[in-house]
Design a protein around this ligand. Structure first.
Ligand SMILES: Nc1ncnc2c1ncn2[C@@H]1O[C@H](COP(=O)(O)OP(=O)(O)OP(=O)(O)O)[C@@H](O)[C@H]1O
Length: 361
């Protein structure tokens, strides 16, 4: 893990796994800038501290290269009123720890620089033991750290729901503008593990396996998700699932191929799997695909990209605040993924936390 500081003095860091390289360029001015939604008006109190968590390996290494290029633009556009800190992740999960530490230290914003995996880890860093992480000096009231995203991933699917491109300059302009909005976060629980959060899409069975295989083919860009899905169909069998919606009665859904639970619309490098999802809605959109074969996937792929698949007879949609999923016959072989991260197996409960995080939009 490399934690770099630009423009400022240091903050406490999470325990390093490897080594830290810290570079500091002390700024001379100390004007504060308020992150008002409509403008960036100076306030006399203090400089704002933004922590950028960069996955140098995102998008096959493109994220790391792009980050070096955009840094001067970022510094000049945010200006000296801001303390800019950078932290390069050295492997999976580091972004979670760095985010938690930054929030505890009172960072005004934590910005994920990378793909959906990096964003997912940063979002998980906003929580600890089922509760939002709070700044030490807040006296346990509420979290004020904002979430930001500079999308530089292979799929960058969460950004698509907002119409954002993999354009770091556009993303910086958005952060500089300072407009924020509260967005929902999904939470996944089971009996033994703690809470796990997702901001984009959680999915079960075939698509979760597809995501696992896709990670092996990232060098092919967005095509990795189609390759991953076809690979996942090898040896795949659809399963009967028990589903409980909004704490109602259990319903049996026969021969489920995949169940996708969207807080936002896209996964798989641009497939609009949950086209009715909206991260501001206070609910999750659950799309259940039943009895799909690999050739159905190929034949209907164009509909998945366009989001026109919901009219298919073996696809159903439910708008939910909570959804519990169990196998009818326990096989231990139904996989779950949360924003592309593998989580293990069923049973699990998926819930929405409305307006859980404030995000630059
Ligand atoms: N230094 C690192 N080396 C290898 N993997 C890393 C490193 N830092 C973070 N990671 C892991 O890389 C995973 C994928 O990164 P990220 O999502 O940023 O890029 P991507 O996979 O190209 O994009 P997308 O998820 O949008 O398709 C993250 O979930 C994270 O756990």
């Amino acid at each position: 893990m490399v934690y770099g500081i630009i423009n400022s003095s240091s903050i406490l860091l999470p325990k390093p796994a490897t080594s830290f390289a810290i570079r500091s360029e002390q700024s001379t001015t100390a004007t504060d800038v308020s992150m008002n939604p409509t403008n960036c008006r100076p306030s006399p109190s203090r400089r704002r501290e933004f922590v950028f968590i960069v996955n140098p390996k995102g998008a096959n290494g493109r994220a790391g290269k792009q980050w070096k290029k955009i840094l001067p633009y970022l510094k000049s556009h945010l200006g000296e009123e801001y303390i800019i800190r950078e932290s390069l992740t050295s492997g999976p999960s580091y972004a979670i720890d760095i985010t938690r530490e930054a929030i505890k230290q009172g960072a005004d914003a934590v910005i994920a620089v990378g793909g959906d995996g990096t964003l997912h880890e940063v979002v998980n860093g906003f929580f600890w033991a089922g509760n939002p992480v709070l700044a030490h000096n807040q006296g346990g009231t509420h979290a004020t750290t904002a979430l930001g995203l500079i999308p530089l991933g292979t799929g960058s699917d969460f950004a698509r729901s907002f119409g954002w491109k993999n354009d770091p300059y556009e993303a910086i302009n958005r952060i500089v503008k300072g407009q924020k909005s509260r967005i929902d976060v999904g939470v996944i629980t089971d009996k033994s593990n703690g809470a796990h959060y997702f901001i984009n899409v959680a999915d079960i069975h075939l698509s979760a396996k597809a995501g696992y295989y896709a990670s092996m083919y990232k060098r092919f860009g967005n095509l990795c998700y189609v390759i991953g899905a076809l690979r996942a169909f090898m040896g795949h069998s659809n399963q009967d699932l028990k589903i409980k919606i909004n704490d109602g009665d259990w319903e049996i859904f026969p021969q489920v191929t995949a169940l996708c639970i969207g807080n936002a619309k896209f996964f798989g490098g641009g497939m609009m799997i949950t086209p009715t999802a909206d991260p501001h809605s206070g609910s999750l959109e659950a799309v259940i695909l039943q009895n799909f074969k690999w050739y159905d996937f190929i034949l209907k792929l164009h509909k998945l990209y366009r989001g026109t698949h919901l009219s298919e007879k073996n696809i159903c949609l439910r708008s939910v605040r909570s959804i519990e999923v169990e196998e009818v016959v326990q096989s231990g072989g139904i996989y779950i993924q949360s924003d592309g991260e593998h989580l293990g197996c069923l049973p699990r409960k998926f819930r929405i936390l409305p307006a859980a995080i404030e995000m630059f939009v």
